[in-house]
Design a protein around this ligand. Structure first.
Ligand SMILES: [Fe+2]
Length: 419
């Protein structure tokens, strides 16, 4: 990469349509950086005022719980303690992002506030994020780990941890101010190890690529790009969507297999020592497996193809029910038979499947929660909800199993499925 500023003509708005995503998946995803001006995306429709309100809402929650989890605050590049973070969060009387900035700037010449998963507090706006990620996943694949959305704001001159590389591809959407990112290729960073965590890198500037973005723009860099954010000390606020790409399929597969084996192996498999007859013969040759291994192997060999398929289907369903995020917003709703409920988001369905090994059993999943039931009533309720209907709980969950079904439904609702 040569030092240059990339930009596309500002005259024409860029639509994130199927053509865009096809081109993105083929030519940019995990390949090379991209800077787009004037992008049409729901994510960019959220105003600075709305984001300020979200920040205050989230901050109020942190103050109430006396726990700043989800926020990080850096002063001159140093991370502040949790107790101190609570003192510097936005308050309603700041009135706006710029009002908050004015209060902070008076105290700190270099600060950075990071809020992860801010959209958690606003369920109505969450779809702006999922509309974007749904299209992305459709074209590049569902992340085996997850995506994370964070808001970065402040007047910090450089990313608090210097030049670095993450295991995620990053999309950035400035909300206020101008954001500048400087990138280096992995090949260049490998040849110049002193770039790692560097704050002084003037001699390497000519070998970097600069992405500059303002509100309405979008930038992307792949997971192997070394990067740092730069600013002249003026205020900026930026959404950053990190899509983690550090979990290969083989890890997902072996994790699912491990869960299956954990559930099938006998109690003996918990023993911390292994009984044996002989470790080896006189010549050192090892010829015999202890009985614990033979027993566990028999469990593995006795798994049917259907059992295996079902185990992997269940863990895949649980994974995709998180919609590609680490967590999804929870809902506080006490389920009773007299309650009318509907899906919180008509595109975030409660996933279900029928057991392959027991025709009476169904599995239901939302937000990484998986429950098992034999109730046809619960299945009818879930499919009606998924069809977009508002449902009276008691009309579906009745009879002897109603109490148990209500408890299972409560778990799915707690995970955020209904409102
Ligand atoms: Fe980063």
């Amino acid at each position: 990469m040569k030092s240059s500023k990339t930009s596309v003509s500002p005259l024409k708005p860029v639509l994130l349509d199927q053509k865009f995503w096809k081109n993105f998946a083929a030519n940019y995803w995990e390949k090379k950086p991209l800077a787009l001006k004037n992008v049409k995306s729901g994510l960019l429709e959220m105003s600075a005022a709305e984001i300020f309100d979200l920040l205050v809402l989230y901050s109020d929650r942190c103050r109430k719980l006396n726990d700043p989890e989800g926020f990080k605050f850096y002063i001159d590049g140093f991370k502040a303690d949790a107790d101190d973070v609570l003192q510097v969060l936005p308050v309603k009387s700041d009135k706006s992002l710029l009002g908050y900035h004015a209060r902070m700037e008076a105290e700190f010449s270099d600060y950075c506030l990071v809020c992860d998963e801010l959209l958690k507090v606003n369920l109505k706006k969450q779809h702006l994020l999922t509309d974007f990620t749904d299209e992305l996943y459709h074209h590049v694949g569902f992340p085996n780990r997850f995506s994370e959305m964070g808001l970065y704001l402040g007047n910090y001159r450089k990313t608090p941890f210097g030049v670095h590389v993450d295991s995620c591809g990053v999309f950035s959407f400035p909300v206020a101010g101008t954001k500048t990112f400087r990138l280096w290729t992995p090949e260049f960073a490998e040849k110049h190890p002193d770039l790692d965590r560097a704050f002084k890198y003037d001699k390497y500037k000519k070998d970097s690529l600069v992405l500059e973005a303002r509100p309405g723009d979008m930038t992307y860099w792949p997971s192997n790009a070394w990067h740092i954010a730069e600013s002249d000390g003026s205020f900026s606020a930026t959404w950053s969507l990190g899509v983690w790409v550090d979990q290969p399929h083989k890890n997902m597969f072996s994790d699912s297999l491990k869960d299956l084996l954990d559930s099938k192996l006998a109690k003996d498999a918990l023993k911390p020592t292994t009984s044996f007859k002989t470790l080896h013969n006189k010549s050192g040759e090892v010829t015999e497996l202890p009985s614990a291994y033979r027993d566990s192997m028999a469990v593995l060999q006795n798994l049917s193809a259907l059992q295996l398929q079902e185990a992997f289907l269940k863990s895949w369903m649980k994974h995709i029910s998180l919609q590609g995020f680490k967590t999804i917003p929870k809902v506080d709703l006490k389920i009773t038979p007299k309650l009318n409920i509907k899906l919180r988001n008509n595109r975030a369905l409660i996933l279900w499947q029928q057991s392959l090994t027991d025709k009476k059993v169904f599995y239901f999943s939302f937000g990484g929660v998986l429950v098992e039931s034999k109730s046809r009533g619960l299945l009818k309720l879930v499919t009606a909800l998924n069809a977009g209907k508002t449902c009276l709980v008691g009309q579906f969950l009745k009879g002897l199993t109603a109490k148990k079904d209500l408890a299972l439904l409560q778990k799915l609702v707690d995970a955020g499925s209904c409102s």
